[in-house]
Design a binder for this molecule. Structure first.
Ligand code: PEP
Ligand code: MG
Length: 591
């Protein structure tokens, strides 16, 4: 048994074994107040000036490295530069040094405290949160003062990067050849760092409790991106076991990649469409490389979440046109804005008592028609290129859908009147992710061209568990009879109405669930690009006959435990090598 295991949320699969490097661990907590002689005050002032200047130069250099397509990152780096260049902030630090004859580090700490207090008192939520940026930026200056090399440039050999959080400036500098994996104390499954890790294909764990408490740079650790663990000071057995697992994973990865471009067709000739979920333009390459047959869910909120201003119609149109052209001739399903709950835009300052039950997704859009109109116009304009579909999230029932369609038609009529071209028959679908939509799926199916079942939210709302709350995550049970019945009911209702049904929640990437979805005859699944090869391989090795038989047993069962057992038995018997990737057997061994 190893000395200690830290736990977090796995956001990118894989295993890394190596030395830890803590990014920017130069905290004010370690700084002490020192009184200096009167004669040394100018020396301290000079140190401050040089540290500010040097930190500015670093950020200016990083800003110059930002690729054009990541311009939203530049906005945050520019904000940090603005703080560093702000003469009032510098002057406060200098004033503290002069008035109380203290060292530069302590003067800086006092100034940070002052400014944080000002921000904390602000009524605007967004501005209040910017208080955190002050400390992030000041730590760059502090790093200069104490003579440490800042940021990722200080890493001289490949390491597992640990950080409180990864700022956009950090991620721009991230050199893949120096970083094996990373873990952060902050963040959740959908945080920027997680998205980055998946697109870089390096293992990552976020939201790690206790990260950094007793960790020193150079300490050997194992990062397990499958289970969200960091094993400190692993013993020989653990090292041998994880090294072995790594070798097997590499071999397995090579095998699944060889067949990932083949169709997802069972051995008895039943074919499924395998699409990808993406957030970023850059992920399209991964979709194609991993055998994705199109994009089943483009989460369009990224363009809104990373900036202070709402994107303009021109910007959105350009993004969607570029995306449609890049994905073409394959399908691109653009989901309209799904903000609210844990995905707050900077302009969303109103606090809600229950944000997950509040003004989220299409409800937000119906309330903010100007925002909705801008996005609908951009999607419609982009429909002239490639193979674009539009999809509305969080639809709760027929009346709301009718309202959405009415507004959608108004926007179409406006474009018509302006002589703007768009595809009149662009397929239009909805996400089925609320229990009310499930129950009325037969009615909703009459109104749309396709369904996409969003099981992440469907499980949250059906089982009453906050998907971001670690304490209730044990209740996340995809094989709960309520969930299975819901999914089956929606698929059947869709088919009865002659429309396609896709499933785009995390369940689609879960090998333990895929045979059941196949048995239910879901038409398509949409999942993270890097999970596609493994899932396609299961589909290609399975038969519809065995999936149908499994489904029958599972639907007749009354308990989650029995369903888990039935599914595991099939997977262990038929696809044992898949377990390398996803095995919870490891959990049993380690815990
Ligand atoms: C879902 O809810 O299953 C889904 C795919 O949407 P998101 O995770 O973006 O809420
Ligand atoms: Mg959802």
């Amino acid at each position: 048994m190893s000395a200690r295991i830290l736990r977090g949320i796995p956001v990118s699969t894989g295993i890394a074994i190596g030395q830890a490097y803590f990014l920017n661990r130069c905290h004010f907590a370690g700084i002490t107040r020192q009184t200096v002689d009167e004669a040394d005050v100018p020396v301290e002032l000079n140190r401050l000036t040089e540290a500010f200047e040097s930190a500015c130069q670093d950020l200016e250099r990083i800003l110059g490295l930002v690729p054009a397509d990541l311009h939203e990152h530049a906005a945050i780096i520019e904000l940090h530069l603005m703080i560093l260049r702000d003469p009032k902030f510098r002057k406060r630090s200098q004033d503290h040094v002069c008035s109380t004859r203290i060292n530069a580090e302590w003067g800086l700490e006092r100034a940070v405290g002052d400014v944080e207090e000002i921000f904390a008192a602000m009524s605007d939520e967004y501005l209040r949160q910017r208080g955190q940026d002050i400390r992030v930026v000041a730590e760059r200056v502090l790093t200069k003062l104490v003579g440490r090399q800042a940021g990722l440039r200080a890493i001289t050999q490949r390491a597992i990067l640990l950080a409180n959080d990864l700022t956009p400036a950090d991620t721009i500098e991230l050199e893949i050849n120096k970083i094996m994996a990373f873990a952060t104390a902050q963040g959740g499954k959908t945080s920027h760092a997680g998205i980055l890790a998946r697109s870089l294909q390096i293992p990552a764990v976020v939201g790690v409790e206790g990260l950094g408490d007793d960790l020193s740079d150079g300490q050997v650790i194992i990062l397990d991106g499958f289970h969200g663990r960091i094993i400190l000071d692993p013993n020989e057995d653990e090292l041998a076991r994880y090294t072995d697992l790594q070798t097997q994973l590499e071999a397995y990865q090579a095998t699944i990649m060889r067949s990932c471009q083949l169709p997802a067709e069972t051995i008895d000739g039943y074919r499924f469409e395998v699409l990808a979920n993406i957030e970023l333009f850059e992920e399209v390459v991964a979709v194609n490389d991993n055998g994705g047959e199109g994009v089943g869910l483009y989460r369009s909120e990224y363009s809104y979440l990373t900036r202070t201003q709402m994107p303009t119609e021109e910007e959105l149109t350009e993004t969607y046109l570029d995306m449609a052209a890049l994905v073409a001739p394959k399908k691109l399903v653009i989901r309209t804005l799904d903000v609210g709950a844990d995905k707050l835009m900077r302009s969303q300052t109103t606090r809600e008592a229950n944000p997950a039950l509040g003004l989220r997704a299409v409800r937000y859009c119906l309330k903010h028609r100007d925002v909705f109109r801008t996005q609908l116009r951009a999607i419609l304009k982009a429909s002239v290129l490639g193979n674009v579909s539009i999809m509305f999230p969080m639809v709760s029932g027929l009346q709301e859908l009718v309202e959405i369609k009415k507004f959608y038609r108004t926007v179409q009529a406006e474009l018509h009147a302006e002589g703007v071209c768009f595809r009149e028959d662009m397929p239009m679908g909805i996400m089925v992710e609320l229990p009310s939509a499930v129950i009325t799926a037969d009615l909703l199916a009459q109104e749309v061209d396709f369904f996409s079942i969003g099981t992440n939210d469907l499980i949250q709302y059906s089982l009453g568990i906050d998907r971001t709350n670690k304490d209730v995550s044990y209740l996340y049970q995809p094989l709960h009879p309520a969930i299975l019945r819901s999914i089956k009911w929606v698929i059947d209702a869709g088919h009865k109405a002659g429309i396609e049904v896709c499933l785009c929640g995390e369940l689609a990437a879960d090998p333990f669930c895929i045979p059941i979805l196949m048995g239910m005859q879901v038409d398509a699944i949409s999942l993270g690009p890097h999970a596609i090869p493994g899932i396609k391989r299961i589909i290609r090795q399975a038969s519809m006959a065995e999936c149908t038989a499994l489904l029958k047993q599972v639907m007749a069962s009354q308990s989650v435990a029995r369903n888990n057992k039935l599914v595991r038995e099939l997977i262990f018997r038929r696809f044992p090598e898949e377990l390398l990737f996803y095995s919870s057997l490891l959990d049993e061994d380690i815990n």
